[in-house]
Design a protein around this ligand. Sequence first.
Ligand SMILES: C[S@@+](CC[C@H](N)C(=O)[O-])C[C@H]1O[C@@H](n2cnc3c(N)ncnc32)[C@H](O)[C@@H]1O
Length: 249
Amino acid sequence: MFVLNCDRAYLFAHPERELTTDESARYNTALAERSRGVPAQYITAHQEFWGMDLIVTPAVLIPRPETEHLIETVLILQGPKDRIVDVGTGSGAIALALAKELPQAEIHATDISAAAIEVARANAARHQFESRIQFHQTDLLDGLTPPFDIVVSNPPYVGESEEDHVQLEVRKFEPRSAVFAGPIGTEVIARLIPQAQARLRPCGWLLLEVSGTIIDPVRDLLFGWNEVEVTRDLQSIPRVVRARKPLVE
Ligand SMILES: C[S@@+](CC[C@H](N)C(=O)[O-])C[C@H]1O[C@@H](n2cnc3c(N)ncnc32)[C@H](O)[C@@H]1O
């Protein structure tokens, strides 16, 4: 489908179709890349997220289906959803999904990587969300003007000590700074929580994607927040933690 730029129906409808020399070369190149472990999404440059086709390059993490639980959780939150920021936007997956679902919201998206911001902007343009999302190349929430109703993030949360347990394809081909947070895994989240607290309005929400490995230390870091709740993914792994900033600090 990638080589012929066609859909599955075309392949079934045209079993007699033979590849040209160019198509055959393209197919063999793609196959060789995949054989050395390059994720299919970096070969085709596409990944679907929340019903949208996104461009992905090796500068961004390939959006994962379990991250859609973050979107579902934002949508069921109580309270205003007028001003939202996605921290560590990568391909722009979360920011775009929220722009799609919340047409009245002002959406901001940050990333420390200039190359990731470039991909996210391209995705916003492809889906006609350029005027809906403001991109900022910055460290976490540095320079963003409060108050926000919601801070949402799928930050790097894998510890370098767990590196041996991470799939080889992820280790070799996805951006290290998108996956690993530091020696234990909670380093980025530990910095993000106080920054979110400073920029959320009272009763505003913080939502983080997490893993089973870090859920307990993340709960500890959220000491003093209200309504701390964890949602599990379809494999029953703790995946989304949400917490509400107290009315009075
Ligand atoms: C796990 S990826 C998530 C990408 C995307 N949000 C998704 O869910 O597919 C984490 C992202 O955070 C970015 N990042 C890492 N450290 C950061 C920091 N200090 N400030 C802002 N972004 C950061 C990385 O560049 C990467 O794009």
